[in-house]
Design a protein around this ligand. Sequence first.
Ligand code: GDP
Length: 594
Amino acid sequence: MSENYRAPIVVVVGHVDVGKTLLLDKIRNTMVAYREPGMITQHIGLSYLPWPIIEKYAAPVIERYRLKGKVWVKGFLMVDTPGHAAFSNLRRRGGSVADLAILVIDLTRGFEEQTYESLILLKSRNIPFVVAANKVDRIYGWKPIPNASILDSYNAQDEETQGRLEEALANIIMDFNKQGFEAERFDRITDFSRQVPIVPTSAVTGEGIPDLLVLMAGLTQRLVKDRLRLVGGPGKGVVMEVKEEKGLGTTMDVVLYDGVMRKGDTIVAMGLNGPVVTRIRMMVMPKPLDEMRDPEDKYMHINEVEAAAGVKVIADGLDDVVPGSSVYVVQGDPKPYIDEVVKDAASVKIETDQIGVVAKADTLGTLEAMVLYLRSQGIPVRKADIGPVTRRDIIDASVVRRKNPLYGVVLAFNVKVPKEVEEEAKVQLVTIFQNNILYRLVEEFTKWFNEEKSRLIESELSKYVRPGKIAIIPGYVFRRSDPAIVGVEVLGGLIKPGYRLVKANGKEVGVIMQIQDKGKPIQVAKKGMSVAISIEGNVIVGRHIKEGDVLYVNVPLEHAVKLIMQYKDHLSSDEVEVLEEFMKLRSTWKAQAQ
Ligand code: GDP
């Protein structure tokens, strides 16, 4: 049965520092200890873990689940670089080249920013995943049993320690629920097509890793079988990375997920400036570790490679190729292949005349992930493109800025901003945000957005007379008239110099000339403050107003309407209360006047 199926490509994702790298290393190194010569083959960017080794390593788990002889998965191709960038570039239109993912969560910390980001990506690309709830050895009181099945380890812990693990798991399960996923400890799962399995692991002690690997095999057989059936024919892959290599020139690392790729084949991939059609001059893969004598001579030349595989391709014109692009071996007319890579790139790039941010990223994969994340955060995108920030981007952002200053910005993810572009941005008053971590980039923008919005609203609000209610404090009449100076307590809302004051019955009192707090003039007094005010107008304390009187700011009708209709959410609750009270009083003045 297994001959027509390839090994699933597995990617490891999760927040920074949860243990992704260490977990991958631990899996690889442990496997090396169990291997027989020639069994672990190293690919470019991928490590192949053959099932027979896992079978030895995870024997107790396989026995527990009576899986011996039932597993047809040949092994796993683990993507060596964990994290978002690699995962993002393993794209395929409408999906991913990765067949399965391990989402690593720090058991002691639960969900973190990039956990959410990972989930958005996994969901959008429809990739089944298992959760490694890592660092189980950090649970207080944990007594490790190196490389054991987590169920044996769990049973060996005392009740309190078990309880602490259950509590940490319950938190993670709850976080999954909030995100619309049903999750459960792997051995308590009732329906694998619906529930996300969680395996407690430790990348330090190796506990839980056998369970994780067996679970991955089970999930592959159940959920991704169809994807692994090899169609054959000309090679289809994705560009993971483009880089300069000593002695080889510009090289392109390709993950081949179907078909065959041969030296001399014509291939097509997407470049920064359009499709690139070229011929494979050379292909290399790493030499087996035991044959590598000189680190300078780490590659072996190959003439042909079959999916699934990671291979380094050398050809002319690769400098321009964009990681995350599809790559096809051309058979016959190249036109349909060219159309396909162009269509694929166009499905990621955005060019509209809507109000929204300008998004730039270094690869097709990271750009796609970025747009997805921005949308999940409710941030509109006007334009999304690959490559460094350009003057055109600044012009585009400045056009938006004139219509809505809050979205006239450039978000640069993992790309450079040339000096002259930075200068242009200053001239155009366009803010550029730059970061290599997506959630930080968006966080910085969101923070700026909120501050800027408050500032804009504050400056809008300053055009209106705001509601206020004050009481003249008995015993604090400093001057009876010309101008009257009294001590007042602000009961609600605020007062400013220039505001007109009225009594509850609508009688005009006068205009606030100055407000003083502890002898110093101030521009605003808010609820709870006691200040001295001078009142302009022919007002005499004792005749027109008296100690204990309650006075209101006379908010002009059109201001009051605007404040309630447009800015209610931006006023304090006491301001809204005073304004509503004032409007009620105001309506009685009208009634009296009639
Ligand atoms: P990554 O950023 O997700 O790749 O995380 P790393 O693999 O670099 O690990 C981050 C830190 O956590 C390192 O100091 C590791 O030694 C530590 N760490 C990773 N996994 C475990 C684990 O299972 N147990 C403990 N105690 N520490 C771990």
